[in-house]
Design a protein around this ligand. Sequence first.
Ligand code: ME8
Length: 482
Amino acid sequence: MKDKNTFYITTPIFYPNANLHMGHAYTTVLSDIISRYSKLTGKGTYFLTGSDENAEKIVRAAKAAGKDTVDYLDEITGNFKNLFSDLGISYDQFIRTSDKEVHFPGAEEMWRRLSASGDIEKRSYEGLYCVGHESFVTEKDLDEDGKCPDHGTKPEVVKEENYFFKLSKYTDKIREKIESGELEVIPQSRKNEILSVLKDGLEDVSFSRPADKMSVGIPVPGDSTQKMYVWCDALTNYVSALGFGREDDELFKKFWPADVHVIGKDILRFHGAIWPGMLLSAGLPLPRKILVHGFIKSGGKKMSKTLGNVIDPAELVKEYGAEAVRYYLARHISPFEDGDITLEKFKEVYNANLANGLGNLVSRVMKMAEKHVSEYPNISESANNYELSKGYRDAMEEYNIQKASDIVWMRISKADEKIQETQPFKLVKTDKEKAVQIIKEMVIELYTIGRMLNPIMPETSKIIKEAVKANKKPDEPIFPRK
Ligand code: ME8
């Protein structure tokens, strides 16, 4: 039985057919903030991310790059990890679904369970397969030229023998779980969306492909002529990473079910329908929540190489630093709706809210403290008691990172206003005692701001707390003007 004081959070496993872009960075930073917050509240927290490697599109991308698939995968997943490290992502595990020791046993065990429940059946199938989506599509999903509107390519006509997963029989149960909130889909608009899919009834899904047509993939247990459909094995990563299907399954016992799967709106159907269906069939508990965020655009348009509006998170980190990128994603993108980023907007908010707002406050307050206060104020902080303002905690617990960040910046502006109003740097000449008292209060407020920033901007939080403890202004501006 899972302990209440544990917390398991996941991101989607990303396809390593190209480097990660701003959208992937968003999902991961959002999850990292939630995970860090959970750790600060004293919960035993496990944060999983990784890469989805048994997909046909990866083999094609490797070919196009003139590289061997394994080398290509190592290179791209290496880039993923470098970006995560640059962004200060503190994951506990990075799962690679090509890992035969970590992932395969769980995927095989899942298959065996679905099969034992009588939910796997061989059928002959004819359909349209979009490699971009790694999914069968129907005519109504295509544009007037018969192309996939998301990928601009014609799907392949596939006629073959497949194993099917009898998802249709779970429609009602899944709907019940989502309606009752036992499986919570956040926000409400996404809950409505998945409920309307469920209302139409779910169709059975093709869950395998002939092995000779697939260069990668996990062989179907008991039938080596077939390989598992990539989404069947990909979704299972959330349990295989914890040891499901292996002997060393302590993490699985400790952390499953997931407290929250963080995903983008593009993969809601997989997580809100197929995954719960698989878990019900396998006799496993369902995740508690699915947090579905929107898409990030640039200047109101989808980021695309042709439009030249793609923003590379690695480049942005190089220019402004990870903390600034985390700031932007936390405060200027809603976790529940589509968001937007342009280089102009980034620079503008960087200068206004980091160079001026926060950076300026830190140097003003610490300059006064260094000069006029002889010892740093007595600040107590217990690690397991993340007692900060209720509004902030509620926002964090609702995963409303944007609101939590707004609350921090509201305090930053209030602190600025207080300095303007009380002018302790002048008051010190006429009423030293009062001035010192105000400066001490400002230092304590700065420390609280530093603590609130911990999950959002961990390095900045550390710098602020250290400055307060040393009673010293940081040598360099934390956020130099750009
Ligand atoms: O779908 N804005 O992987 P993927 C915000 N391997 N987020 C975005 C985004 C954008 N413009 N574009 C992508 C897959 N994302 C599967 C997942 S999980 C068992 C398997 C984010 O590499 C968002 O989280 O295509 C989206 O759901 C995910 O990247 C898709 O990543």
